[in-house]
Design a protein around this ligand. Structure first.
Ligand SMILES: Cc1cc2nc3c(=O)[nH]c(=O)nc-3n(C[C@H](O)[C@H](O)[C@H](O)COP(=O)(O)O)c2cc1C
Ligand code: SF4
Ligand code: SF4
Length: 396
């Protein structure tokens, strides 16, 4: 039997799956559904300080999906490369209602899951006030959300617009808080790992590196962004590469645990993040579009795979990929003993690969495409674009 439990700062998580702070955690009833759906923890929708209270009223509509239901086979089959654009800033609750809701969530969830309160202030005073209030709640854990892209766009020094205050804020909150806490940092800075190190130095128990990017989309007929004018959260499963890079590079330098989770869409993504060094893995878009029960499905699939591979616990796979994640300068340069050849039995002479061979190494013949080994640079692109997998890498 595989043991998926993990422990951070004395808090036990029955599994590493976390429902991220977003629509699915907007109130106690939803958080309970998140835990019942199989997750080990839920992070409540963030409470903004009073300076950002405009964000408690969501613009409507606030969601737009690009390249989603157009996917062939939808809804039985779901795409991997789509974008969910959203503008949903913070919890609609004021301070008192938020704290009461956290208590209700913990009372409903009991020992079946970890309830995490999420705070986002705009001044050290505001952060400390919220920390003092959350100390009095039944929250198991607190997250300091210094990642939100919207608050700064509202003209409030918060989230991704307050990166320069990170160390000072975390230090002040560390002194004020009586509970274990993580700090959620923005990926929208040129060095998220340096930011994560500041969080560690200031005394956080963990760093959350799962915040989304922001972006916009222009409708060329109306010359307007859709569906709202301002920037919005921008992301989807295709962003996992960026998330894995951040987590892998941070895991090599940090001692504190990492909460990961940009672009989680299937159980393999959870394994990927853990192999890159994460301890907990959260999902936002994955749960928003696949429902709460996807956590249980991911967990079952992950357990079956781990059992088949002989892995018994999360620690068996944690950081497993790290030694293989090397610096660019360490990647082997063109070895002399490899080449590319086309299996003419598979080639349909469609000509697709010709457009992408910038070395003019491919010729279409009556028997299929043929590669000139003297011109081929073994860049690998023909093998990636060919619809019939005809080009194949070989070792001499
Ligand atoms: C609609 C929506 C609302 C979100 N609201 C919050 C929030 O209030 N606080 C926060 O810390 N993160 C928020 N996030 C970010 C998620 O908690 C999470 O970090 C992110 O969505 C993870 O990436 P994924 O959606 O690709 O799984 C939100 C994300 C979405 C999609
Ligand atoms: S591997 Fe690159 S250079 Fe060689 S034939 Fe294919 S596309 Fe051309
Ligand atoms: S893309 Fe594939 S099938 Fe088409 S010509 Fe090239 S090798 Fe042949």
């Amino acid at each position: 039997m595989v043991d998926l439990s993990v422990e951070i700062a004395g808090v036990k998580f029955k599994n590493p799956i976390v429902v991220g702070s977003a629509t699915p955690t907007m109130n106690a009833r939803m958080m309970k559904r998140g835990i019942d759906g199989g997750a080990g923890a839920v992070i409540a929708k963030s409470l903004f300080g009073e300076a950002g209270k405009l964000g408690r009223q969501f613009p409507r509509p606030r969601f737009k999906l690009f390249d989603y239901r157009e996917y062939p086979g939808y809804p039985e089959k779901l795409p991997h490369a789509f974008t969910l654009r959203s503008l949903e800033e913070c919890s609609s609750y004021d301070y008192d209602t938020y704290m009461k809701d956290i208590n209700t969530a913990k009372e409903m969830v009991g020992d079946t899951g970890v309830v995490i309160a999420s705070l986002s202030g705009s001044s050290v005073e505001e952060w400390v006030t919220m920390c003092q209030m959350v100390n009095e709640t039944k929250a198991d854990w607190v997250e300091l959300n210094n990642s939100c892209p919207f608050a700064a766009d509202m003209g409030v020094k918060m989230g991704s617009g307050a990166v320069d205050m990170t160390y000072q804020v975390v230090k002040a909150c560390k002194e004020a808080l009586k509970k274990p806490f993580s700090v959620k940092i923005t990926p929208q800075t040129n060095d998220p790992v340096a930011l994560a190190k500041q969080v560690e130095q200031a005394g956080a128990n963990a760093v959350n590196m799962s915040a989304r990017l922001s972006g916009t989309m222009i409708d060329i007929e109306t010359a307007r962004p859709v569906p709202f004018g301002a920037i919005g959260g921008w992301g989807g499963p295709y962003l996992i590469g960026y998330g894995l890079k951040m987590v892998g590079t941070a895991a090599k330098e940090l001692k504190i645990p990492i909460i990961a989770g940009l672009g989680v869409w299937e159980w393999q993504d959870i394994v990927r993040y853990i192999m890159a060094g994460a301890t907990l893995v959260q999902s936002g878009v994955g749960i928003i579009l696949q429902g709460y029960k996807i956590s249980q499905k991911w967990q079952n699939q992950m357990s079956m795979w781990m059992e088949a591979k002989g892995y018994q616990s999360i620690s068996d796979i944690k950081g497993l990929a790290l030694p293989n994640m090397v610096k660019t300068s360490e990647v082997p340069r063109k070895p002399a003993n490899i080449g590319m050849a086309i299996d003419t039995q598979k080639c349909t002479c469609c000509g697709v690969c010709l457009k992408s061979c910038f070395y003019d190494a491919i010729t279409l013949t009556k028997i299929g495409a043929v590669i000139n080994p003297n011109a081929c640079d073994v860049c690998g692109l023909c093998a990636e674009v060919c619809p019939t997998y005809a080009p194949q890498l070989f070792y001499k």
